[in-house]
Write a new protein. Sequence first.
Length: 89
Amino acid sequence: MDTPTQKFLEGDLVVATKDYFGMLKEGDVGVIVDAFCHEVCTVGGVIGRSPEDGGPQHAMEWGYIGLFDAETRPQGVRLDRLSPVQVVS
């Protein structure tokens, strides 16, 4: 499996571009504290079969942890490539 390019790097300062599932409000500023690549299922199927025979298909995807407000969300907010945040600097 190919590893996709990262959207964020650890230490990037990011800002929320719109509200995000009650976790972020538009304009919230945070920092990326962790970046990790993991395998995700992209197409479901019968476990034990190959993808060609109707089995599940997988791909690699980057995940991120952003620290925005240590008082209300000390564990951070999990982000991915579709999250409404962009790099400030």
